[in-house]
Design a protein around this ligand. Sequence first.
Ligand SMILES: [Zn+2]
Length: 330
Amino acid sequence: MVKMQDLDLWLRDKTKAAILNSKEKWKDRKGRLQRKPKWGVTFLGTGGNPEAVLAQRPRTAGFLVEFGDLFMYVDPGPGALQGVLEARVDLGALDAVYISHGHVDHYAGAESIIEGMCWAMSTRRGLLMGPKKVFEDERSISKFHQGETEKYGYLGGPQVVYLEAGSSLTVKGVKLTPVQAYHGTENYGFILEAEGLRLGYTGDTNYILAYSTPDGIQEVKRFGPIMDFRKVERFREDIREAFSRVDVLIANVTSHNAWVHRHITTIGLAHLLRDSQVKLCYMSHFNYCCVEPEDIRFKMAEYVEGMTGIPTGVAQDMGYLDLTPYLKKG
Ligand SMILES: [Zn+2]
């Protein structure tokens, strides 16, 4: 019996010490938030649509933006937390989580990311930005993770911000302007601006509305792939207007010529970028068809670059895009 009492005491001590250890790691973080301003994008995932979600090829974890003082997670889909652990990202330093729209590849990893941002839901901090529809109508993010935590005995949580197209907000000295996207549900891309640098993110949006074929003009239909494309006849002029003036553009292409009713595609991106001021375009949100049975992503980039003359890259899972060369000096 004495032996059991000793074991009991030993377990109590070990448990207490272990709890203090984990508390220090995730909850008691004061004084450990010194982040140096950085300028870059870390792609934890570059896939999109159900096929990529199911295969995790490319991954569907979204990306992190470090834009001066702002540290923001964009579109944390399935696999987000795994990407964070692999990249050794400190979620407790996040300032914001941005959800462009309520599709699973853009929000389904968000709740665990919010827990990290809010120091295991112990602290009120950070913004949760997205369309009102995602938070109120579809309730894709639980009310707990929207910050209604007190009735569950937690004190922490984010501040929810409903996005509105064209209605800019300033976060950590960065101007963020939501850009209307066209994708079947309330959806916003964005433009970030600070220190003369403009970064655009298209989100998921259609772009081409009608195109010419050898047999005349064709409206974009629900299903692709488009095989008789000659040139763009009608397109989303507001999308081109918004994104042709950024320095660096992250474009969710999805494919070269399919799902055109919902996505930009690379035939659309080549039209958007022509005669634009974009200095670098990075393509992301690749459907599984871009990598299996053959990886055609670099050929897609070659097409866009060849048609526009604008340097076009392929975002890769766990890849980093350095934005410092695009900062305006002086
Ligand atoms: Zn979507």
